[in-house]
Design a binder for this molecule. Structure first.
Ligand code: SDX
Length: 428
């Protein structure tokens, strides 16, 4: 294949260089397009065919259902890894040695206190506030208590910012949940592992000794790994574009949390549970909801199905589905909506509408069933997604800033009124 792409516009022809990635993906580099063609640009709503960057962090093959973080397969990471070491690999490039991991965790613990005044912000929210709105606000508020923005050119400064947010974010997540439950906002214990400590902060009751359930701890560890990064998805692209204006890391993460909240994105895990509950309340009539999902006049979508990149099974969904069976069995939880989910999946896998559009279960389809079995309230499901995605957002923000990417500022094609004179109000 030649290493250029040819473009013909009217009588003029142009050539643009091809960019080829380490997994043989090919892009047309159109950096010079507008100048060379006297103003012609491309347009691609939703960026379905447009790359925003070259990145060395995560690789997806949507046709084959492949997902790798820093070259490590998601299957191996979920099976053999721990969330903190996966976070380290995403942010710093390789799986850590035992010593590097110990230092990373110790440095995180040393920065995991949150200014007590943040509790006043938490208190100001009504209990009815959606946890994603609370979390986004608290993350942005961290800037007020940590005003010096990170100097990305200083490795030490960048490292300190990473361990600071990795330490404080789980506290904000726990406090967000406890606020809704009217429970005290506590810290965990430095003597615990990273994920164990998250569970303690979330679930410890003020009047009883807290015991870690290893089934729940291992399930959460795996879920956090599975959500840790996913290349240029909506919320990660948001973190990158906000960071490209040189807004701080906390401000960029806060914006990413808001983007993740949407039901077409991370908010889908909550929407799946609400959909499955509605089907259960409706007598378990999955065929009725399948028909609604296919009806163009009905805004209803089968939540947890379909994906912009995966046109095959989302590898994460396969792992989570297996984990859901194991966790519910180990916890002795009977959840009728798991059967409803399985029924929907079986029907969709043979239904021409879904097969023709390559709509398969995605990461959000089964995750809520596990969160619920773990005792996490449904409104907290997307917060748990954000907790997992944090290292990916940090890694992508760091890569963008270290590569000194230009500020993100897309062009447009104007379709409004041509020039017209101002009319006095009495002449309109
Ligand atoms: C995540 O990008 C990432 O990597 C995201 C993520 C990550 O880890 O960051 O993987 C996490 O966000 C997973 C997706 C969670 N969202 C949902 O489960 C919501 C339901 N799914 C859809 O809304 C949809 O599938 C999207 C948003 C996920 C993808 O939308 P696209 O790529 O823009 O596809 P589309 O909307 O153009 O759909 C193509 C066709 C359309 O039908 P036609 O116009 O061709 O007739 O498929 C149909 C759609 O109507 N379709 C669905 C459907 N999803 C797509 N029809 C019914 N139910 C669905 N769920």
């Amino acid at each position: 294949m030649s290493n250029t792409a040819k473009l013909q516009i009217g009588d003029n022809s142009y050539e643009f260089p091809l960019v080829k990635g380490t997994e043989n993906e090919v892009a047309i580099n159109i950096k010079t397009l507008r100048g060379a063609t006297n103003g012609v640009i491309t347009i691609d709503p939703g960026f379905k065919n447009t790359g925003s960057c070259e990145s060395a962090i995560t690789f997806l093959d949507g046709e084959k259902g492949v997902l790798r973080y820093r070259g490590y397969s998601i299957e191996e990471l979920a099976d053999k890894g721990g969330f903190l070491e996966v976070a380290y690999a995403l942010i710093f490039g390789d799986l850590p040695t035992e010593e590097q991991l110990e230092k990373f965790h110790s440095d995180i613990k040393s920065k995991s206190l949150v200014d007590d005044d943040v509790k006043k912000i938490v208190d100001a929210f009504p209990k009815t506030a959606h946890p994603m709105g609370v979390l986004s606000s608290l993350t942005s508020a961290l800037t007020a208590f940590n005003p010096t923005s990170v100097n990305v050119d200083s490795e030490e400064d960048m490292y300190n910012s990473v361990v600071k947010i990795m330490g404080k974010f789980p506290v904000l997540v726990a406090w967000t949940m406890r606020k809704k439950q009217g429970l005290p906002l506590n810290y965990g214990s430095k003597s615990l592992g990273y994920v164990d400590n998250i569970l303690k902060m979330m679930f410890e009751q003020p009047n009883e000794d807290f015991k870690i359930n290893p089934i729940i701890k291992n399930a959460l560890d795996k879920l956090l790994i599975l959500h840790a990064d996913h290349e240029q998805n909506c919320s990660t692209s948001t973190v990158r574009i906000v960071g490209s204006s040189h807004a701080g890391l906390f401000a960029s993460l806060s914006a990413g949390i808001s983007a993740l909240w949407g039901p077409l994105h991370g908010g889908a895990n909550q929407a799946v549970l609400e959909m499955l509950e509605a089907i259960k309340e409706d007598g378990g009539d999955t065929k009725k909801y399948m028909a609604k999902a296919k009806d163009k006049n009905d805004p209803f979508r089968l939540m947890g199905f379909g994906h912009r990149v995966y046109k095959n099974f989302d590898p994460r969904a396969k792992i989570i589905k297996k984990a859901a069976d194991e966790v519910l069995k180990d916890l002795g939880v009977e959840d009728p909506i798991l059967e409803i989910a399985r029924g929907l999946e079986q029907e969709a896998l043979i239904d021409p509408y879904f097969v023709d559009r390559k709509l398969y279960p995605n990461v959000d389809f089964y995750s809520g069933i596990i969160y619920r079995a773990m005792g996490i309230p449904v409104e907290m499901f997307t917060v748990m997604f954000a907790l997992g995605r944090l290292p990916g957002w940090i890694a992508q923000w760091k890569e963008m800033r270290l590569k000194k990417e230009p500020i993100g500022r897309p062009r447009q094609i104007y379709t409004g009124e041509n020039h017209r004179d101002f009319l006095d109000i009495n002449k309109r």
